[in-house]
Design a protein around this ligand. Structure first.
Ligand SMILES: [Zn+2]
Ligand SMILES: [Zn+2]
Length: 254
């Protein structure tokens, strides 16, 4: 199984996970055309897609799902809460597939386990994906770290994790206080320090690759994320990279 983060941040999120025979988009938070262009830039034919998974109904995760589902006739797996809060057209276009947290399903040779995460919208989930005994996890948009998230991290060989903001930059930054409170609060996003702490708690397992993702353009700096990651993973077998908002990362073997 391979994974490529096509782009990540508050302006859009989407990752491609694929095997020889199946391919999933985990979130489709860019315009359909942008996702197609990025897939083509990594020499991946969008016609190979088998399905779309949507973690929650914020537009930076769902924006392109409706158009892509029609264009390539793809099922879109999402919770009832996501369907209710997402675009009306997506609900009604015949491609919606309602899933529930902790009930796994398969798409070709990939088994998908959705599980609940804390975020300020109805029924958000993250996904643990498994194929041939290898497991990849994507957890972005989490207000705080739960026991269930740590458990899933301990099972993953590769994880895409949120490292949204630097607490100090958020504090002194230009956002109004209600927005700062939302981001730092229990329904918002985890900070760089919280992300490092989460990975520390989950450590000592099979995790070998980490992609730091959903970095805030305003309240974070790539260097800060890199420093945290280096403090954690220097002299360990774990490799890491930082996802970009604007271009796909490497194609990683899970
Ligand atoms: Zn988001
Ligand atoms: Zn969100």
């Amino acid at each position: 199984m391979k994974l490529c983060v096509l782009g990540s941040g508050s302006e859009g999120n989407s990752s491609l996970v694929f095997t020889e025979s199946s391919a999933l988009l985990v979130d489709a938070g860019f315009a359909a055309k942008t996702i197609e262009t990025r897939l083509e830039s990594i020499q991946f034919d969008p016609a190979r897609l088998s399905a779309i998974l949507v973690s929650h109904a914020h537009s930076d995760h769902i924006r392109g799902a409706e158009v892509l589902s029609r264009r390539y006739s793809l099922p879109v797996y999402m919770t009832a809460g996501t369907a209710e809060n997402g675009p009306v057209k997506l609900r009604g276009n015949g491609h919606a597939r309602i899933i529930a947290a902790d009930e796994s399903f398969t798409v070709g040779d990939i088994t998908v386990l959705p599980f609940a995460i804390p975020h300020d919208i109805s029924e958000p989930v993250a996904f643990l994906l498994e194929s041939g005994g290898r497991r990849a996890l994507q957890i972005t948009d989490i207000g705080y770290v739960t026991v269930s998230i740590i458990e899933k991290l301990r099972q993953a060989h590769l994880a895409v994790v949120e490292s949204n903001h630097d607490e100090e930059l958020l504090g002194i930054g230009p956002y109004p206080w209600h927005l700062k409170d939302r981001i730092a609060g229990r329904g918002g996003h985890i900070s760089n320090d919280e992300c490092v702490e989460m990975l520390k708690q989950a450590g000592g397992n099979g995790l070998r690759q980490v992609v730091f993702a959903h970095l805030s353009k305003t309240n974070n700096r790539e260097e800060l994320v890199r420093l945290g990651a280096e403090s954690l993973y220097a002299d360990t077998p774990v490799k890491f990279e930082i996802a970009s908002q604007n271009m796909p990362g490497k194609i990683l073997e899970v």
